[in-house]
Design a protein around this ligand. Structure first.
Ligand SMILES: [Cu+2]
Length: 352
């Protein structure tokens, strides 16, 4: 509501200024060349360039101060640090270049403004200048691209080293299901055509495949800290995307094929809840929720931080709510939880 009011006021002010300029123009009865800019007009526009430059810098500083806290907390996976570093270095370079070039652009706009009797100089080319402004971006960009490619290949290398747990993430409109590979750490074959709701075979696991019997199907993802996980993604219907922002992980889920992503969680849920950035965010969110609760609005229960798996493809009308809780815990806690789960075989309803 406040935003709408502010917008209306701004729009009205803009219209008022526009109308006033029109009146001002009409009142100027000078007949000679009123449409041609004179030295004074050019100077005013030159100063306006500086005003705009200050506006750009101002809004940049404002955004940093106000919105930095919206960023994700420190990465909770082994590769996450490297990923963040690449992003921050890219940001810093872009920010540095943007700050300098905007200042130069606006300053030269002012310096070489139109002036009575001043003619533009015809200047064909300057080899040295062109060499400098070609070679510097080439070196910087080549460096970033090579580093990026190296980081990409390291992160995307899904292999069986270091004894990873194998987990399937199964996407469907509009929820997630996870399947652990069980005792043998091998997922049973599965196909959407084998889905049989009457027998509680919701993921279409091939009952004839001996690897499938010990698979464990769950609606909450538990991961032991420090242990590598190899995710295999499947989709039942449309394109989805498994997005785990705190672990800097994302992979599309494509109907008809299995995609993969691998990472090692390094921070437990309990530890992340004590992270100063997270504590701050929880406090801010809960203050907003308390306001909602006072007004009797829904979704106002106090919130506690949890890792989350989201869908990052607009996959349909309830896409926004397609999520699954992720709990990173110690090996003992994980083993205890796993022991309480039933296997696919135990859960299956026998055919009648
Ligand atoms: Cu989705």
């Amino acid at each position: 509501m406040t935003a709408l009011l502010t917008f209306t006021v701004l729009a009205l002010v803009a219209i008022a200024i526009w109308q006033m300029t029109k009146i001002f123009q009409l009142s100027q009865l000078k007949t000679e060349h009123t449409e041609v800019a004179n030295d004074n007009d050019n100077k005013t526009n030159g100063y306006l360039l500086f005003a705009f430059l200050i506006f750009i810098y101002g809004i940049t500083i404002f955004s940093f101060a106000k919105y930095s806290k919206m960023l994700l907390p420190e990465a909770a996976s082994e590769h996450g640090g490297e990923y963040d570093q690449l992003m921050w270095v890219s940001f810093a370079i872009i920010f540095f270049v943007q700050t300098i070039t905007q200042a130069l652009l606006h300053y030269f706009g002012y310096k070489y403004r139109g002036q009575e009797g001043k003619k533009a100089l015809f200047y064909a080319d300057n080899d040295r200048l062109e060499f400098i402004w070609t070679i510097i971006p080439v070196i910087v960009l080549a460096g970033l691209i090579l580093w990026g490619l190296y980081t990409w290949t390291t992160i995307m290398d899904v292999n069986d080293e270091d004894d990873p747990i194998v987990i399937e993430l199964y996407a469907q409109q509009f929820n997630w299901t996870a399947r652990y590979a069980g005792e043998d750490n091998v997922l049973g074959d599965a196909n959407v055509r084998l889905i049989d709701i009457n027998k509680a075979n919701v993921l279409g696991i091939d009952e004839a495949d001996p690897n499938g019997g010990d698979d464990v199907i769950v609606k909450e993802l538990h991961l032991p800290v420090g242990r590598k996980v190899n995710f295999k993604m499947r989709s039942q219907d449309v394109l989805h995307s498994a997005y785990m922002p705190h672990f800097r992980a994302q992979m599309n889920c494509v109907p008809g094929m299995i995609t993969q992503f691998s990472f090692t969680p390094t921070v437990t849920t309990e530890e992340m809840r004590r992270n100063p950035d997270v504590v701050d965010k929880v406090k801010r969110t809960n203050a907003l929720r308390a306001e909602r609760a006072a007004e009797g609005l829904p979704n106002s229960d106090p919130w506690e931080f949890d890792y989350i798996l989201l869908c990052n493809k607009i996959c349909g009308k309830s896409h926004y709510n397609m999520q699954m809780k992720i709990i990173v815990e110690t090996e003992e806690e994980f083993n205890k939880w796993m022991a309480e789960q039933k296997t696919f075989k135990e859960n299956m309803t026998p055919a009648e």
